[in-house]
Design a protein around this ligand. Sequence first.
Ligand code: UTP
Length: 298
Amino acid sequence: MKKVRKAVIPVAGLGTRFLPATKAMPKEMLTVVDRPVVQYAVDEALEAGIEHIVFVTGRNKHVIEDYFDIQPELLDTLTRAGKNEQLASLGRLQPMPGTISFTRQQAPHGLGHAVWCARDIIGDEPFALLLPDMVSYGDKGCLSGVMELYRQTGGNVIAVEQCDPRETASYGIVGKGARTGSGFTITSMVEKPAPEAAPSNHYINGRYVLQPDIFDILDTQERGAGNEIQLTDAMVRLAQRQQFFAAPFEGRMFDCGSKDGFIQANVAFALARDDIRDTVLEPIEEMLVSRRRLSQAA
Ligand code: UTP
């Protein structure tokens, strides 16, 4: 079994659900507390043992490349001002030279197409895929569980969570087979099924380990839903000849590509931080009390 060394993080989407903010700023740079969303994905990948990250970027995304670069003026200013704590924290976030690559998706033709754009850099080895707008919250990052199951099973592994069975039409849903290692065997994959047609309520939450054979399939993948080249369509084809396993995530994934998920993530991460928990929580509690009073009076 080949080791998973590289991760693909696609950041070339238009972020239309977050307009107007994303008109001039990539959604991957929106901040949850004080870190851009994409930083959480990088931290999660490194925690899971990933050695090299491949960003698939697009037009108007250069700020993401700048974010992962050194800024000499900023470092000089912080040094002169004696802001050692900030300097150290920037240093900790700085990727080692040579451990990140950028490739470009010239137009946002869909997630499947974005992944295909990384094929030459990934080469002939299994790789992790993290959708950065899905932010992982829990004791351990979601990708660690995916990698653990991959070490037990090989093949292809997808992280899943359970949704309200009435809401399957919002997600990619997998069919649940036999228990396998720390997860289960996937029997089917369906994109956004109606509740009565859904094989389960286990939804694909944005973390994967995939075999490089997915690139051959993406070579010929036709456009699907939304007139985009869909990764799920390619995975369904790959599943005809390779096994797929599901790694249930014990934590919670916040969809920071949506406004409500983004706000929920900010509250959850702020409440987990000792330095700001109380100053965030108190006004929220006051708002909830006055909201309850207003609804009782109405
Ligand atoms: P999403 O479907 O959430 O991103 O893709 P989107 O298309 O930007 O979002 P909306 O629906 O318009 O709001 C998940 C990830 O895949 C990337 C996105 O940047 C995001 O990080 N992506 C998506 C690409 O890189 N290229 C694409 O063509 C589509």
